[in-house]
Each structure stands twice: as structure tokens, then as C-alpha cells.
Design a protein around this ligand. Structure first.
Ligand code: NAI
Ligand code: CS2
Length: 492
């Protein structure tokens, strides 16, 4: 069993006394990514500088009770196994999480900590859907059930946004400076969108509060990058075999990591830039767009086409040369070609590095995991690139195949007739859409494109867009996903 004092010659142990930490950060969304990214960066920044007031109180507001109980049973210490490209591994004991909470039923303990003057940052990894935004427009969905609940019950909010608004309101009433809200999700312009959502919500409750938030609260944007697959029985067993001890909070990830952060914090921030891979900049947006389109856009193509082709993990997709060819083509010709960077950028090297990262056999990153919540991911991963390519009269066959793959996937049935466990806030609507016009694929594609939470009407009615997606949809229907990728690979 791992705890804060655990030591082994296979582990890079912590170099400070974790009982000295106080919590300056409240994190909402204690999943896999937080533990392998922000919490590890914070741990290493504390190790480097001895700034003990940046400990973390990490909370789950939906589910995750078992993980929290497991972490608590080992003093919130856990190991991060970094799988290096050469097959070796580096294992680190991470101890920046001082407290963990699961507050599904009663949010009061969390609100109290968010309201404390020692809390300077509230960070988030709540998945794309946690922001309750319309994916196509980025506007807060005031009719979303969680948001509607919180507007009616501001003292007992359920959503992350509701918690932030209520905690900020409490701080304002007590004359405590506002914390900085730090979104670490793969949402475009994540800080700006989080800010807009929080302000829209506050406006529906109290205009003065909304004005105060607009003036006083910082919402820096971030680009976060590290591939962190969900843990499986196999990965836990592998960690146990290597370490010779059980770690219920263990995480396995890649060695690569990046964190680009807009330097705008009202109550200070940890010295994260003391740690490899983190940097503070004035404008995150170009880095974020590059990562969302090149990395995440490729991931989604591999996830939908790969899942339908029977490939369970990304590294298995990368063993298929046709998948690699389409991915490389997509990155260079359909993603990089649409990006505008502030300085000369070697997109081809970035693409090759991504291919190397995807190929890492130590990462069992399931296509099913990445395929999740597609309605929330498709717009920022593919559609802005498609708009640019359409405007420039350039081809976008890989994006079209990705979109068509998503449409087949969310129908809920695979190529062998087996059920797909589709996880998506719009799952019911997507399934119902797929079940219409089954004998008329053109109509089926049109029905999907009419989902205006995903596709804006201008794109959905663009003739070339409709025709390319329909062609790709037919190709998968006729030949299957594996062959459709191979056919595309022949033409590029
Ligand atoms: P996970 O499944 O381990 O954890 C998801 C977390 O989100 C849980 O703490 C859960 O309680 C919370 N959550 C889910 N729905 C929510 C909602 N409606 N409101 C509030 N909280 C909610 O997933 P993981 O790997 O931690 O990823 C989380 C997010 O982190 C991703 O969606 C992505 O935006 C970002 N991310 C993940 C990376 C990865 O490779 N895993 C890398 C880069 C970013
Ligand atoms: C993935 C990302 O699940 C997904 O949608 O594309 O979580 C991806 O692993 C990360 O963004 C890598 O930084």
C-alpha cells in the first residue's frame, strides 16, 4: 500500500514533508488527468521551491466516491508511472493532494473550502460537458437540467459553474478576494468560455454579482497536454507487478507533458514554470488550437474509425499503415494547413512527434474512451478546420470520414451488429437520429447535420460539406471502416 512515506528504489520519492502542506488550490474533477498533470506539476513545483501553501484539495462532484475512498486510505498519495518511448518507465510518488472529497450529495463541505481565504485558485477538469455549453455556439444552456436546478437553488448548487458562482458570492459578501478559476479541459478558449458561462449564470441570479465577477475574477486560458488513459484491471496489475505493492490511486501515462498557461492570476499561482513542460504566456489560443486540431482531431478520427474497425486502443490503430497514413495526412493537410501561429512553427515535426506518442505500446488508450462525448468534441476538433478548408476550396476528406465515422458510431451498433455503449449527453437524440431513414443514407446524414447543437446551419447547408460527408458515410456503410480508411489512404 502506497502512502506519503512510501519509499522504494523503483520510485522517485517525494523530497518534502507532505504533512506541511496547506491547500491553496481547490480542484474540481478528481479524475485520471488531474492526478497525472496538474497535481504532479504542483507536486514537482513544491519540491523545487518549498512553497507549501500550494497543496490541493481535490473533489469529485459527480461519482468517483470509490477513488476518493481509495486515495484517502493511502493519505492521498499515489504513483504516476511514465511510460517512456524506449519501453522503460519512470515512477513518481505524488503527494500534492492534501485532501480529497466526494460530495455528490452534500456540496456544503466543498463550498466552505472554496469560500476560505486560503483558497487562491479553483481549477477544473470536469470534461467538456461539465461546462453546460451549447457545443456549437459556446453559450451557456440555461435550460440544462443542472443549470436550471442551480438557478432555482443557488445555496445548494449541483454544477461546477453553480459552485463557483455561489462560492464567489460568499467571498464577495465577506470581503474576501476572489480566487482565480483555472480551466484545464480540452475546451477551446477554455478560460474565456468558463468566464462567459459563469457570468451568464450570475447574471440570471444577481446582476451586481455578475458585474463584480466581470471586473474582479481572473479566468486564464490553458492548453493542457498529456495522454492519460483510464486505468484498467490490466494496468493496475502491471503497476502492482512492477512496484511489488498495491496502489489504488495509480496512474499510467506517457513521459510527454505540456502546459501552456495565460499568466493572469489574482491571488498568485504556484511556480509551475519551475517544472519541465510548463510555460506562462500572454496568449494561449494559438497553442490550444494547434493541439485541439492536430492531436485531439486525430484522436477522434482514430477513435471512431478504429473502434468500428475493431481496434481497441490507439497503439493498435497505429499498427495499421493505412490508419497512420490518413492520420499523418489529416494532421499536415487538414489541421496544420488551417492554423495561424504567432511565430514560425514546424508543424511536420509536431505531427511526427504525435505519431510517435500515439504509437507508444505502453499506453493502452481505448478508442472507446476517446469516442465518448463526441457531440461536445466534434465542433472544436474538426469543424473550424473544415470551414477554413471549404472557404479555400481545399479538400477535407479525412475530416469528412471522421464525421461519418462518428455518425456510424453513435448509431449504437457496430459492423458486426453488436451494441456500442455510446456515452454522450446527447446519446438518446443521436440514436434517435440514426434510427431515422435507415434505408436512405443521404437523408440520415442530413438528419445528423441538422443537429444544430453540433453543426451550425451555414455548415450543415454547405453543398460541398454535405456531399463529402455523405460520400464518406456511404464508404463506411459499403466497405466497413477499415477498408474506408484504406480507400482514402490510396487517394492521398
Ligand atoms: P476521468 O473520467 O478520469 O474523470 C472525469 C472527471 O470529470 C471526474 O472527476 C468526474 O467527476 C468529472 N465530471 C464528469 N462530468 C462532470 C460534470 N458534468 N460536472 C463536473 N464534473 C464532472 O477523465 P480524465 O482523464 O480525468 O479527463 C477529464 C478531462 O480532462 C477531459 O475531459 C479533458 O477535458 C481533460 N484532459 C484529459 C486528458 C487525458 O488524456 N485524460 C488530457 C488532456 C485534457
Ligand atoms: C482525448 C484527450 O479523450 C480524448 O478525447 O483526445 O483526452 C487526449 O488524450 C488529451 O487531450 C491529450 O492531451
Amino acid at each position: 500500500m502506497i502512502n506519503k512515506q512510501y519509499s522504494s528504489d523503483k520510485i522517485v520519492a517525494n523530497s518534502y514533508d507532505a504533512s506541511e502542506l496547506s491547500a491553496g488550490i481547490v480542484h474540481i474533477g478528481l479524475g485520471a488527468f488531474h492526478r497525472a498533470h496538474q497535481a504532479l506539476y504542483t507536486h514537482e513545483a513544491i519540491s523545487a521551491t518549498g512553497e507549501f501553501h500550494w497543496g490541493i484539495c481535490a473533489a469529485n462532484i459527480f461519482g468517483g466516491q470509490e477513488l476518493v475512498a481509495d486515495l484517502q486510505s493511502q493519505d492521498n498519495a499515489y504513483t504516476v508511472t511514465e511510460m517512456n518511448p524506449d519501453g522503460s518507465r519512470t515512477v513518481k510518488l505524488a503527494t500534492a493532494i492534501r485532501q480529497s472529497l466526494a460530495v455528490e450529495d452534500d456540496r456544503r463541505p466543498l463550498l466552505e473550502i472554496m469560500g476560505a481565504d486560503t483558497t487562491r485558485i479553483v481549477s477544473l477538469t470536469i470534461t467538456e460537458k461539465g461546462y453546460c455549453l451549447n457545443p456549437a455556439t459556446g453559450r451557456l444552456m440555461l435550460d440544462n437540467a443542472l443549470i436550471a436546478h442551480d438557478l432555482a437553488n443557488p445555496q445548494n448548487p449541483k454544477s461546477a459553474l453553480g459552485l463557483i458562482v455561489t462560492a464567489l458570492d460568499q467571498r464577495r459578501a465577506k470581503g474576501i478576494a476572489p480566487f482565480t478559476v483555472l480551466s484545464c479541459d480540452n475546451v477551446p478558449d477554455n478560460g474565456k468560455r468558463a468566464r462567459a458561462a459563469v457570468i451568464q449564470m450570475a447574471e440570471a441570479m444577481d446582476k451586481e454579482l455578475a458585474g463584480w465577477i466581470r471586473e474582479e475574477v481572473a479566468f486564464p486560458c490553458t492548453m493542457v497536454d498529456r495522454i492519460v488513459p483510464a486505468m484498467t484491471e490490466e494496468s493496475f496489475a502491471d503497476v502492482q507487478a512492477y512496484l511489488g505493492t498495491d496502489d489504488k490511486g495509480a496512474i499510467v501515462t506517457e513521459a510527454y507533458r505540456q502546459w501552456v498557461i495565460e499568466d493572469h492570476f489574482t491571488m498568485g499561482r504556484p511556480p509551475w514554470d519551475n517544472v519541465d513542460g510548463a510555460m506562462f504566456v500572454d496568449d494561449v489560443q494559438p497553442y490550444e488550437e494547434m493541439k485541439l486540431r492536430m492531436l485531439n482531431g486525430s484522436h477522434s478520427i482514430l477513435a471512431y474509425l478504429g473502434y468500428l474497425a475493431g481496434y481497441k486502443t490507439i497503439d493498435v490503430c497505429m499498427q495499421d499503415p493505412q490508419f497512420v497514413k490518413v492520420t499523418r495526412h489529416y494532421m499536415n493537410n487538414e489541421a496544420a494547413a488551417t492554423l495561424e501561429m504567432p511565430e514560425p512553427t514546424d508543424f511536420a515535426s509536431y505531427a511526427e512527434k504525435l505519431i510517435e506518442r500515439f504509437t507508444n505500446p505502453g499506453l493502452k488508450h481505448q478508442t472507446w474512451q476517446i469516442a465518448m462525448d463526441g457531440s461536445q468534441k466534434v465542433p472544436q476538433r474538426w469543424l473550424n478546420s473544415a470551414r477554413t478548408l471549404l472557404a479555400e476550396d481545399k479538400a477535407f476528406a479525412a475530416i469528412a470520414l471522421g464525421i461519418a465515422g462518428w455518425m456510424h458510431y453513435v448509431s449504437g451498433t457496430d459492423e458486426q451488429g453488436n451494441k456500442i455503449d455510446v456515452r454522450d449527453p446527447m446519446a438518446e437524440q443521436l440514436k434517435a437520429t440514426a434510427s431515422q431513414h435507415q434505408e436512405h443514407p443521404e437523408q440520415q446524414v442530413k438528419a445528423f447535420l441538422a443537429l444544430d447543437a453540433v453543426f451550425d446551419p451555414a455548415l450543415a447547408n454547405n453543398e460541398r460539406f454535405v456531399s463529402e460527408v455523405t460520400k464518406a458515410y456511404h464508404s463506411i456503410r459499403e466497405h466497413g471502416a477499415k477498408q474506408a480508411m484504406a480507400l482514402l489512404a490510396q487517394t492521398i
